[in-house]
Design a protein around this ligand. Structure first.
Ligand SMILES: [Zn+2]
Length: 200
């Protein structure tokens, strides 16, 4: 009897190994497909990733990915804005506001080093990542005590940073996603689109 059990276990692990090998190969094919025609394939990959839902992993294309996993709503883009009922809100919005709901996981958009993970004025509880080459991303308004990274940590696209909240100058839970190049805030939409990750 023990032999039978062993055989079954061996057969199972063989099957598991086959499945793992198949998945690895499939991923390899996907990665190669994405990297080579950088601007042709990502749309398809992004499309399949969007069905992942809040609990899934964010869609990653090459080295960059969405800061939220699955579908999200969009409330405010980059540029001048008029917020009559919010005296403290800036008149020029330097980021891209997106949300899934209070407590949704926020992810690093690209590889780099965490240079801030703390309370930061109007950003509330925020994380700032230095991606090198003068590029920095900021993730604002996360819930207090929700940060999962610390200053000095190395992250990649998809590393969980914290949970969506409404700390700082914020009306309702959302992620303020900001991109700075050489210290100047730039529009996150074309920045991410150029990396195969169109925001909406
Ligand atoms: Zn914002």
């Amino acid at each position: 009897m023990p032999n039978q059990v062993l055989l079954v276990t061996a057969a199972r692990s063989k099957t598991v190994r086959r499945i793992v090998t198949a998945v690895v190969l499939l991923n390899l094919v996907l990665v190669l497909g994405v990297v080579t025609p950088l601007f042709a394939v990502p749309m398809v990959v992004a499309g399949t990733g969007m069905s992942g839902g809040i609990t899934g992993r964010p869609t990653v294309v090459g080295e960059w990915g969405y800061p939220l996993a699955g579908d999200y709503s969009y409330s405010d883009g980059f540029g001048p804005r008029n917020v009559p009922d919010c005296a403290l809100c800036s008149k020029f919005h330097r980021g891209f506001d997106m949300y899934q709901g209070c407590g949704a996981t926020i992810y690093a958009a690209g590889p780099g080093t965490v240079i801030r993970a703390s309370a930061w004025g109007g950003f509330g509880n925020a994380v700032e990542i230095d991606h090198g080459g003068g590029v920095v991303t900021i993730y604002g308004h996360m819930m207090w005590d929700s940060l999962m990274v610390q200053q000095g940590m190395t992250v990649v696209a998809g590393t969980p940073l914290g949970l969506e909240g409404e700390t700082g100058v914020s009306k309702g839970c959302h992620l303020h996603f900001e991109v700075r190049v050489d210290g100047v805030a730039v529009d996150p939409e074309p920045f991410m689109a150029a990396r195969g990750l169109p925001l909406k």
